[in-house]
Design a protein. Structure first.
Length: 64
């Protein structure tokens, strides 16, 4: 399954991404755009990691 740390990291990354989008709508300068893009990449990375774990859980043989 997932560790508490993995779940916390994901939620923190998503919350930070949302906060950046709300605070800087539209992005004010190139630095802000880079920060928002980097945070979006982090969220994507964590989402992919969670998806891989879920797929792994889904493909395990059932234990009876």
């Amino acid at each position: 399954m997932f560790t508490i740390g993995e779940i916390r990291d994901y939620h923190e990354a998503v919350d930070e991404y949302r906060r950046l989008l709300i605070l800087h709508r539209p992005p004010h300068n190139e630095l802000t755009k880079k920060v928002i893009k980097r945070q979006a990449e982090r969220v994507d990375e964590l989402t992919k990691k969670i998806g891989e774990k879920l797929l792994e859980l889904d493909t395990r043989p059932a234990v009876m």
